[in-house]
Design a protein around this ligand. Structure first.
Ligand SMILES: [Zn+2]
Length: 235
């Protein structure tokens, strides 16, 4: 393959690779964006969950307070009733009720104290977790911004890349282009590689002597008899 053909094919390959890279990056962007948005949503959910837990404990606290108020009123009622009763058995019965109610009150007090400690702890943790989550959300947000920027850049690059590829394709001519297209199917870049010391620089295998000679002559497009890449001679 003559030197100017080699140069054209190398330019073609270069522009082909560039366009494929842009297309691949563009195709991958929605996946990256979605995964970043998912991370942000998860972090938001974590914050909401933490706040919800605090709220639940606060509601439980309010319920204990209300119950305590009711029970205290009940106690007062029993005590007032006791002042009015005349019969001993009625008096004893009320004493028993009073004792039960007092036990209920101390039980509620215990629950209230426990809850206050728990609430303190949960509030503290929630505050710390929220700060961490917010920082992480900021990081993800910045990353998302960079992805948007990347997308805009790639979209502006793609037309230029397509045009550059079309130009070199037009200059190469159909026969050579079709060989390139056929060879490149199923192969990984690079497709145009040097033959150096009778070895293909794509698969690093020694080529047959007939291939070696054809490549050195440089009259036509010759491919590696092992991997199928297009070879050019490199002394
Ligand atoms: Zn090869």
């Amino acid at each position: 393959m003559a030197t100017d053909c080699t140069t054209s094919l190398l330019i073609l390959q270069d522009r082909d690779m560039n366009l494929q890279r842009i297309e691949r990056d563009l195709a991958h962007l929605p996946v990256e964006k979605a995964s970043t948005q998912k991370k942000m949503a998860d972090l938001e959910a974590e914050i909401t969950e933490g706040k919800q837990l605090v709220k639940e404990l606060e509601v439980r606290g309010k319920m204990i307070e209300t119950e305590m108020g009711d029970v205290e009123q009940q106690l007062l009622k029993y005590k007032n009733q006791q002042l009015l009763v005349k019969k001993n058995d009625e008096y004893q019965a009320l004493t028993h009720e009073i004792e039960l109610t007092q036990a209920k009150i101390s039980d509620l007090e215990e629950k209230e104290i426990e809850l206050l400690y728990e609430l303190d702890e949960v509030r503290k943790n929630q505050g710390e977790d929220e700060a961490v989550c917010c920082k992480r959300i900021e990081v993800e947000k910045r990353f998302l911004g960079r992805l948007d920027e990347k997308e805009a850049n790639l979209k502006s690059e793609i037309d230029t890349a397509r045009q550059a590829l079309a130009e070199v394709e037009a200059s190469i001519g159909k026969p050579m282009l079709s060989v390139y297209r056929r060879v490149s199917r199923g192969l990984k870049f690079p497709i145009i590689v040097a033959q150096k010391d009778a070895k293909c620089q794509g698969c690093h295998m020694r080529v047959s002597s007939s291939v070696e000679v054809e490549v050195m002559k440089g009259n036509e497009i010759t491919t590696c008899d092992n991997c199928g890449r297009i070879l050019y001679f490199d002394a």
